[in-house]
Design a protein around this ligand. Structure first.
Ligand code: SAM
Length: 400
């Protein structure tokens, strides 16, 4: 038996961190017990926690009601293939979806069913929620978990989410809870006019959360509303992005040179409360670091980020220029460093745009984009089925 207090403090934490903001989402989190949606999980590389005949141990319950992703499936190499996502990311995405009572919603990536149950609470009718997972084993378990938790009328479909689910369309919202290398035009076709598509869209190995409105003319445009790191989608949409994502192959070799940190990144670090923690991984860096990484990926397909730092790595992996807290480390001559610096200067000239400063439009691959010619502010990312046009927002669009 899990007391209301445990769930209460968990939700208070999400509200306190500002990720749960609306009454509908808060109510949903208070009503849906997360521990009913997992039977066995891992946090990081720790050993598995399993629910027993007497329920969960106090330690496991503490993890279930913390801000941790709960890994529920792994492949033969131990890499996660299914999970209950980190609660603050779940909350951020639910808020970004602008769900309301009576809306019909499609989720790609059913996982444990926890998010589907939360969405059912927000829209007020379980029958309005369809969730798809590609893994039959996950689907069988999740159908059972949803039914036992009282959400048996949520539709759980087994299949490749890239196809959407025409039988239950049209949808007001389509949300992917798995990292996508592209959008699917099936999702766009199955959407009501003025519907919203929320996709963690691969960008140099991370997943900025892209919120796109599907206009009545079929125009698909929007902006970035957050930064996430999801497991990658399998199936038909599993195509490689334009980025090489080549890890540096420098072994224990000391860098040939260490150049000073770029000024805006240095200032951001000095202003950050985590500034003193020299061991912090790059993803705990101040937001300006993510903003620059996003931009570097627009400029150069050799853009890389990883535990070694962020910057550029050449195809062979032997030349690299990587930004770290203590400066820019350079291997194999100054060429890549100069290119990285050129990208930095360009970003600075544009006013060091944040993630929210870009307007995103997605058009079918092959569509011409006349406004991109010769412009410093427009970039095109070629994906499997679409071209993503990324344009710095004008002054009048800033408040959006
Ligand atoms: C992070 S989990 C989803 C979390 C889930 N929303 C929850 O509330 O627990 C990602 C899921 O996406 C599924 N997945 C991967 N590729 C898929 C595809 N092409 N179509 C549908 N599901 C897919 C995985 O099997 C995995 O269960």
């Amino acid at each position: 038996m899990v007391g209301d207090g445990v769930i209460g403090s968990y939700v208070d934490g999400l509200v306190g961190r500002g990720v749960v903001r609306s009454a509908g989402v808060e109510r949903a989190f208070r009503r849906v017990p997360r521990h009913r949606f997992v039977e066995r999980f891992w946090v990081g590389r720790d050993s598995a926690h399993e629910v027993g005949a007497d329920g969960w141990s106090a330690e496991a319950l503490g993890l279930v009601y913390s801000d941790e992703a709960l890994i529920t499936r792994r492949d033969a190499e131990g890499n996660p293939t299914s999970s209950a996502s980190q609660p603050s990311v779940v909350a951020m995405m639910l808020e970004a979806l602008d769900l309301g009572p009576g809306m019909r919603v499609l989720e790609i990536g059913a996982g444990t069913g926890y998010n589907a149950a939360l969405m059912a609470e927000v829209v007020g009718d379980q029958r309005l929620v369809t969730t798809i997972d590609i893994d039959p084993d996950v689907v069988a378990q999740t159908r059972g978990l949803l039914a036992r938790a009282g959400y048996g009328a949520v539709e759980v479909v087994c299949g490749d989410g890239a196809l959407g689910h025409a039988a239950s369309a049209p949808f007001d919202r389509v949300v992917a809870t798995v990292g996508c290398s592209d959008i699917s035009w099936g999702w766009v076709e199955q959407m009501n006019p003025d519907g919203l598509l929320l996709v963690p869209l691969d960008h140099g190995g991370s997943h900025p959360l892209v919120k796109l409105r599907v206009g009545s003319t079929g125009r698909v445009a929007g902006r970035i509303v957050g930064w996430t790191g999801f497991m990658r989608m399998r199936g038909d949409l599993e195509t490689a992005g334009p980025w090489a994502l080549r890890p540096p192959d420098v072994g224990d070799r000391a860098p040939d040179a260490v150049r000073p940190l770029f000024p805006a990144l240095e200032r951001a670090l000095a202003d950050s409360p985590a500034g003193a923690d020299a061991e912090a991984e790059w993803w705990r860096m101040p937001s300006a670091w993510y903003d620059f990484h996003f931009f570097a990926c627009l400029c150069d397909e050799r853009a890389y980020r990883g535990p070694e730092g962020l910057g550029l790595v050449d195809e062979a992996g032997t030349r690299a220029a990587l930004i770290r807290r203590d400066g820019v480390q350079v291997w194999g001559g100054s060429g890549l460093y100069e290119e990285l610096e050129t990208a930095y200067r360009r970003w600075e000239r544009l006013g060091a745009p944040a993630l929210s400063s870009w307007r995103i439009e997605v058009v079918p691959r092959g569509t011409g984009i006349p406004e991109s010619r010769g412009s410093e502010e427009v970039f095109v990312v070629e994906r499997g089925r679409s071209r993503q046009v990324v344009r710095k927002k004008g002054r009048e669009e800033r408040a959006e």
